[in-house]
Write a protein that binds this ligand. Structure first.
Ligand code: SF4
Length: 128
């Protein structure tokens, strides 16, 4: 998407994968994407772009239902709100507050084997 940035990279500590937020978001370029090597960039980098509102199936006209479902889910959380350079412009944060930030670092832009709760949240045509 135009204006997309990378704001985090996937890391793993003690077998647990999470998104490490960058000190500054970086514009998405071919050179940056090449750093993922053979891996799908969405599994390595966490991307952000301006909310597409009505162009996105998760948007209900007022809110992002993806954020609502993630916050309401039983997915794991981190124990502290991470430092984040895009917070001032983040729809998830604006809508759900720090509850979104506690689940956000455990969400990856692309996940080949999502947990059932995550797959449910990511499916814009399921609710409840
Ligand atoms: S949900 Fe919170 S941590 Fe995640 S991108 Fe938005 S402001 Fe940053």
């Amino acid at each position: 998407m135009p204006g997309s940035v990378v704001f985090g990279v996937s890391r793993e500590i003690d077998g647990r994968a999470f998104v490490q937020h960058l000190a500054e978001p970086l514009p998405v370029t071919a050179e940056l994407l090449a750093l993922a090597g053979e891996a799908p960039p969405g599994e390595v980098f966490r991307f952000a772009a301006a909310c597409a509102t009505d162009a996105c199936a998760h948007f209900d006209g007022a809110n992002c239902r993806l954020a609502q479902k993630l916050v309401a889910s039983d997915l794991d959380r981190v124990s502290a709100v991470p430092p984040c350079r895009i917070r001032a412009d983040c729809r998830w944060f604006t809508q759900e507050g720090t509850r979104a930030c506690l689940v956000c670092p455990l969400i990856f832009s692309e996940n080949a084997a999502p947990a059932a709760e995550l797959a449910h949240a990511a499916d814009p045509f399921t609710w409840g």
